[in-house]
Design a protein around this ligand. Structure first.
Ligand SMILES: Nc1ncnc2c1ncn2[C@@H]1O[C@H](COP(=O)(O)OP(=O)(O)OP(=O)(O)O)[C@@H](O)[C@H]1O
Length: 608
């Protein structure tokens, strides 16, 4: 029982600017198409007719089949005021124009609202968001208290309700909810189901007729203020008066004076409690900013069982164990220094490569997921797509798209001879992907482990570089030493990198060595060969000096290649493996040289 429930506001009632968009770009439209014009009118209607606290969701339809556009806007009035609702929707529509231009199927979320449109009515889609950090016991207990109040009040009032509970500000649970057109029993049943499956320290559920959200910190932005439930036992000692004792009791009344004393005591006690809470929350916020950081969310799409983290899939360990038949040896694709790679088949039948990381980075769960989410947003047609990740306890796994022809070494050094055109195409693809990582992606990435086994080939022999994610996930010295030790033994390591000098020129050097391998069809280091032919780089410089460059080209091609193109490639490789890092070209220059023979500089004759 809680009486009277004081309210607190711990963050400014500014509408939140966290947004997540889902634009399905597989279907697109032209601005001047009939659908495009319908959509334009529809978006204007959504902007002019925003939801009010009594209806929460607004639907609009524009045009006739087959070019009909359906759209809706929804505000979560538990956290947002009526005025800020229109602002939120306005921002969402603007954001869609930036992020999802021309996509037919779009849903965009802000913390306080969502806007969706498409060629079908999407307004009844249900979405769930999770904070990827698992719940701990005290928080669960506190949430239970919040939940019981929500369950008691939300179904009855149909109005937004918000409660907070916690014996210490560190493990406070903040929750709010609202049911709209649901019957009381349906609303209760939904809440019970949601609470029973709540496993994370933050989550939200968004349906057309129901909304709930809970977090470890206040997320008030002008909707309903949280009512703090009085803790049974408080570390604040006598500062917190149990709610039952602050009630004036007629039995012990001493007339008006004692009633006044009780009221004054109640008010002073309440205010003191409020001030102490605010002070403590601010103190802890300063000391532990992460606890109060803006919530990172994982999304669950209505039509699948999959969870997302800012567009990146989060797999359960169980799902990946099933996909690989309990990491069956037969499904093993290979083993690298970061762990074993398995082939897996997901529940939807799609093939994936699952890397079971054997070394754990020093990052916490949230940092790991954040990092993966950033990398997921990096896209280039010649980078292997990271489909998602899994974090459970000590287990960390990365899920990649499956590449039918596996790694380039298998095709290049195997019995089948790769023709020149394919080799040239592979070279251009790799160069443009490294250039993207160095000069265009956000964040910029040094791969540090470019080599033939990191180039994967899809069904059409299109090359894709793998493991650029690991360059970010394991940036610390430990992995650098391990990686370079390995690179050194296989001849890909730039001389300056042995002294720990890591720049993008280290990748350029490795690319040069790889290029020699592609041209010659032999490993950069052939054990058993004479000293001067042992390393392909040494051999190349010797042949260059002797004017016999083309002897480097794979003899298995039997001369079936354009000589000028081969000469160009060898020259580029030689520029890349120069001992002096400053003389090596940048990857953007390499790409330009690959595509335009005229710009090539003269190869250096000395590899030092
Ligand atoms: N996405 C994928 N699709 C198909 N096969 C893959 C995929 N990713 C990796 N493999 C296979 O798994 C093998 C091991 O890959 P991994 O990247 O772990 O190690 P590596 O490159 O051989 O060595 P290291 O990581 O130590 O440098 C690769 O050689 C490749 O054949």
């Amino acid at each position: 029982s809680v009486n009277p429930p004081p309210t607190i506001i711990t963050s400014s009632p500014e509408p939140s600017t966290n947004s997540v968009s889902f634009c399905n770009k597989s279907a697109s439209f032209q601005n001047n198409s009939v659908f495009g014009r319908n959509l334009n009118i529809l978006l204007k209607a959504l902007l002019n007719d925003t939801p009010s606290p009594s209806e929460m969701l607004k639907k609009h339809v524009q045009g006739i089949d087959p070019d009909k556009a359906y759209g809706y806007s929804q505000c979560f009035f538990t956290t947002v005021s009526h005025g800020n609702c229109s602002l939120c929707i306005e921002r969402a529509v603007q954001q869609i124009a930036v992020e999802c231009a021309h996509a037919i199927d779009v849903t965009l979320f802000y913390d306080d609202c969502r806007v969706g449109y498409g060629a079908r009515d999407k307004s009844s889609d249900i979405w769930e968001f999770f904070n990827p950090v698992l719940m701990y016991d005290t928080f669960r207990q506190n949430l239970k208290k919040v939940w019981s109040m929500i369950r008691q009040e939300a179904p009855l009032t149909k109005k937004p309700v918000a409660f907070a509970y916690g014996a210490t500000p560190l493990d406070m649970a903040f929750g709010c909810a609202q049911c709209y057109n649901l019957s009381e029993s349906d609303c209760i049943a939904q809440f019970d189901g949601l609470f029973n499956s709540a496993n994370y320290t933050g989550a939200r559920f968004m349906a057309p007729d129901q909304f709930f959200r809970y977090e470890t910190s206040s997320f008030f932005t002008g909707g309903v203020p949280f009512q703090i439930l009085a803790p049974a036992q408080s570390p604040l000692g006598s500062m917190v008066t149990p709610s039952s004792s602050i009630q004036p009791s007629p039995k012990h009344s001493h007339g008006h004076v004692s009633l006044l004393v009780v009221i004054l005591t109640t008010i002073i006690g309440g205010c003191t409690l409020l001030l102490v809470c605010i002070f403590l929350l601010l103190f802890i916020k300063n000391r532990h900013p992460k606890l109060f950081g803006s919530s990172k969310v994982v999304l669950e799409h209505p039509s699948t069982e999959t969870k997302f983290f800012k567009g990146c899939l989060m797999f359960s360990y169980e799902a990946l164990r099933d996909a690989t038949k309990d990491f069956l040896q037969e499904n093993k694709l290979g083993q690298g220094s970061y762990g074993v790679v398995y082939k897996g088949i997901l529940y939807d039948g799609s093939e994936v490569a699952i890397k079971h990381l054997s070394r754990h980075s020093t990052q916490g769960n949230e940092e790991f997921v954040n990092e993966v989410a950033i990398i997921t947003s990096i896209q280039h047609k010649n980078l292997v797509k990271l489909k998602g990740c899994c974090i459970e306890g000590e287990e960390r796994l990365l899920v990649y798209e499956y590449m039918d022809h596996k790694s380039l070494d298998l095709s290049l050094f195997g019995t089948h001879v790769l023709n020149w055109k394919t080799r040239y195409n592979i070279t251009v693809g790799i160069a443009s992907a490294i250039n993207y990582l160095h000069e265009e992606s956000e964040p910029r990435i040094l791969h540090r482990n470019i080599k033939v086994s990191k180039i994967l080939l899809d069904i059409n022999f299109q090359p894709k570089i793998s493991d650029f994610v690991l360059a970010r996930l394991f940036p610390e010295e430990q992995s650098f030493i391990d990686t370079t030790t390995f690179l050194e033994t296989t001849g890909y390591l730039a001389p300056e990198a042995t002294h720990g000098h890591l720049t993008e020129k280290v990748d350029v050097f490795s690319f040069g060595v790889l290029l020699f391998e592609i041209i010659s069809g032999r490993k950069n280091q052939e054990i058993g060969l004479q000293n001067e032919t042992l390393y392909i780089v040494d051999k190349a410089f010797r042949l260059c000096e002797e004017g016999r460059l083309l002897e480097l080209v794979d003899p298995r091609l039997e001369g079936d290649y354009p000589e000028d193109q081969a000469t160009n490639l060898i020259n580029i490789a030689m520029l890349c493996v120069q001992g002096d890092a400053f003389r090596r070209p940048k990857m953007s220059n390499v790409v330009a040289m690959l595509l335009d023979y005229a710009t090539i500089g003269s190869p250096m004759l000395q590899n030092n």
